[in-house]
Design a binder for this molecule. Structure first.
Ligand code: BGC
Length: 499
């Protein structure tokens, strides 16, 4: 009897030990996997480090590349393109002008009324249209015919409601937000596409003429008097309201900057004469590159799989088109190396499934249980039941991606200030007018800055950190809404008589 009891007890003990061993083993495995996910995050975080020292190196590299791009064509990855805008609108422009803004997956048509005498520009009539996906990689004829047709519909609607005669010539500013080599204010040849566009037969063509031909075909009597980059439009509008504006930066689907340069500093165009002694230069900084940029294996993979591999390296680390996809790549690696997302992480393998606005919404979720993160993972990525602990990791990944982007963007801005002597490096006194420190305004347009508060905060903070509080006090970063479109209409007005 005693033996039987002993046997049973022994059996129970063995079973209990076995169960405990399985549980402990499972727990250890799961902890190992969890640790692996955290390691993936740590490695990514290290790879994205943007210490103040590194940011200053990026500032210097930006300024050096600006000089090189101004010295010769092909002298730098920064194209430093001439805009032929030598004076910005001064407020005397009067009349009704149109603008067409093509730069991303949407385009906009605007009508702007200018009252002269520096008056406020009343809200323009604006219509937004999505560009059908197939047109982004079709023929230039199809793309421009589509745009001209939409412009025609807009003009006709507006004509019905206004006193203007339908066949009267209209003047239009064309914002074309891709790199173009300009021959004049109103003409320019497309160098290459960016942001997912690949209408190959348009490369090498004068895009203003392509638009004019399509408009004539559509029966429109419209003249393009200004062909401008979105940065240049933004600068024009911001300068209209504040003359201390010296540069404009776009943080949207893509990224870029322009600024006012002295003509004698544009060495590659010796003998260039302008009335003002200056010219707006479109930097095309999306293509900036420097060995000081913190690049990770995820950035390399994103670039390799993009249609414009080895191009737009800065843009691919900073702009709205790419941030969500960098985060997705890191999360996918975590899912591959651990089971922290359960079995439902298949969708993380799909490129661009995590758009930047969704990533921003997860990043900015301040609910204690990260409800919004859970909702987006469930609804947009079909990843239900992700634990709170794992959701916290998701937020940290978003934070690393956005912080790096914003800090590098800040270094880019300070690079421009350095090039034009407004970064205080010649001493705070060097930037003084009549004893007062000189105010410097940089206009900013684009949803990434305007709508993503964490991006904006990190960027503002980094500008102050690099410049130091005293110099930073005189540098204003100003959101300029709709600048690219309204600014193009302003420039169309300013340049309509001297084509
Ligand atoms: C283009 C620039 C443009 C920027 C912002 C970049 O991809 O190359 O011309 O200004 O996007 O829209």
């Amino acid at each position: 009897m005693g033996r039987v009891v002993f046997g049973v007890a022994l059996g129970c003990a063995v079973v209990t030990c076995a169960i405990a061993a399985v549980l402990v083993g499972r727990r250890a495995r799961s902890q190992r996997k969890w640790r692996r996910a955290v390691e993936v995050l740590r490695e990514f975080e290290d790879g994205c480090a943007t210490s103040i020292g590194r940011l200053k190196q990026v500032v210097d590299a930006m300024a050096v590349e600006m000089h090189a791009g101004l010295a010769s064509d092909g002298g730098s990855k920064l194209k430093m393109l001439l805009s032929f805008i030598d004076s910005l609108p001064n407020g005397n422009e009067i009349g009704t002008y149109y603008a067409l803004d093509l730069g991303g997956t949407n385009f906009r048509v605007l009508r702007v009324r200018l009252g002269g005498k520096g008056s406020m520009i009343s809200s323009p009539q604006v219509e937004r249209q999505a560009i059908p996906r197939e047109l982004m990689s079709g023929t230039s004829e199809d793309l421009f015919d589509f745009i001209a047709m939409k412009l025609k519909q807009f003009v006709e609607q507006e004509d019905d409601a206004s006193e203007k005669k339908p066949d009267e010539e209209k003047v239009l500013g064309f914002t074309f937000s891709f790199p173009i080599r300009q021959m004049s204010v109103s003409s320019g040849i497309l160098i290459k596409w960016t942001k997912g566009f690949s209408v190959e037969d348009a490369v090498g063509k004068d895009v203003a003429r392509c638009l004019e031909e399509a408009m004539t075909k559509a029966g429109l009597n419209v003249r393009v008097t200004a062909l401008v980059n979105d940065t240049v439009g933004t600068l024009a509008l911001a300068h209209y309201y504040d003359e201390d504006t010296v540069a404009a930066v776009i943080f949207g689907t893509g990224t870029n900057a322009c600024y006012v340069e002295r003509t004698d500093a544009i060495i590659k165009c010796q003998g260039l004469l302008t009335n003002s002694g200056g010219m707006v230069v479109n930097m095309e900084w999306g293509n900036f590159w420097s060995s000081h940029l913190p690049r990770t294996s995820y950035d390399i993979a994103l670039d390799d799989e993009s249609p414009n591999c080895n191009d737009q390296g800065f843009e691919k680390m900073i702009s709205g088109m790419y941030l969500g996809d960098i985060a997705r790549r890191v999360l996918y690696r975590m899912a591959q190396e651990s089971d922290i997302f359960g079995n439902g992480a298949y969708n993380l393998s799909i490129r661009f499934i995590l758009r930047t606005p969704l990533m921003a919404a997860m990043h900015e979720d301040d609910s204690p249980d990260l409800r919004e993160v859970g909702r987006i993972l469930t609804e947009n990525l079909q990843m239900p039941d992700v634990s709170l602990k794992a959701r916290r990791l998701v937020v940290r990944v978003c934070d690393v991606v956005t912080r790096r982007a914003a800090r590098l963007a800040a270094a880019g801005i300070v690079g421009i200030l350095k090039k034009i002597g407004r970064d205080g490096s010649g001493g705070v006194a060097s930037g003084r007018t009549k004893g007062r420190p000189r105010r410097t305004v940089v206009a900013i347009e684009g949803g990434l800055y305007a709508n993503y508060s964490m991006f904006r905060e990190y960027l503002n903070e980094a500008v102050a950190e690099i410049l130091g509080e005293e110099v930073a006090q005189n540098v204003v970063l100003r959101v300029t809404e709709d600048g690219s479109g309204i600014g193009a209409a302003l420039l169309a007005a300013a340049y309509s008589s001297n084509r």
